[in-house]
Design a binder for this molecule. Sequence first.
Ligand SMILES: NC(=O)c1ccc[n+]([C@@H]2O[C@H](COP(=O)([O-])OP(=O)(O)OC[C@H]3O[C@@H](n4cnc5c(N)ncnc54)[C@H](OP(=O)(O)O)[C@@H]3O)[C@@H](O)[C@H]2O)c1
Length: 236
Amino acid sequence: MKRYKPKVFIIGATGYTGQHLVRTLCQQNTPTVAHVRPDSPRAEACCERFSSWGARVDRTPFTVAALASTFASDPPSHIYCLLGTTRRRSRESGGHETYQSVDVALTETALEAAKLGAASAHLIYLSAIGAGRTTSAYLRARTSAEALIRQSGLAYTVVRPSFISGSDRDERRVGERLGAIVTSSALNLVGALGARRFAARYRPRSGAELALGLATIAKSSTFCNKTIFADALDPT
Ligand SMILES: NC(=O)c1ccc[n+]([C@@H]2O[C@H](COP(=O)([O-])OP(=O)(O)OC[C@H]3O[C@@H](n4cnc5c(N)ncnc54)[C@H](OP(=O)(O)O)[C@@H]3O)[C@@H](O)[C@H]2O)c1
């Protein structure tokens, strides 16, 4: 198994998982650039936080040309893409931001920029557990984004987590939190009945736990060009 000394760029760094990943990588002394888009509503709090953890904050506009030039000026070995909108954010934007315009189109922007400015980078994409199915707009978007990644020619890892939930999330997400609690209880029962692998795959994870797993991807070639579930990242 090859070991790498990664240099990481994180798109979606301001999100719940993104913030945990920035902190985890900084704690592991991995050189980390946290991207904060110019119009991010979380910019003020996040820029200060990231700098205090030792990350470099990057405010490049979210366009192919601008991101490509940023990548080219200091090519990362790994680019994490942890972005996505929610039904609530989409509603609040008056329908301007959709799964298609954020989850798919901005992932494509990041991919095109990486192809131009950091073609040897390994892209790590945080997808979702039902991706591959087309039963909802969210899953259709995830399915499309995953397909773009696999067709990009870049080295990639696609990770499909179940609920990402924790009491430390700074945004109120009652449905997600309830879903995580109910799923956890049901899976404890399933696990006790013997279906441990299924329970491990579907169990909710906190941002901190998922970030620890995501950070391991940049340190070896084990997960290169693979689509994995979050249990593949659990410590053995
Ligand atoms: N939450 C779950 O239970 C769950 C489960 C499975 C998979 N996932 C997926 O995992 C990923 C991370 O989840 P999370 O809960 O950590 O995410 P989150 O807290 O909702 O953060 C989303 C990230 O996407 C960025 N983003 C949203 N709209 C954007 C826009 N219009 N332009 C540019 N960036 C934008 C946000 O940036 P700003 O802060 O600048 O807005 C933020 O960095 C998401 O793709 C999500 O779909 C989530």
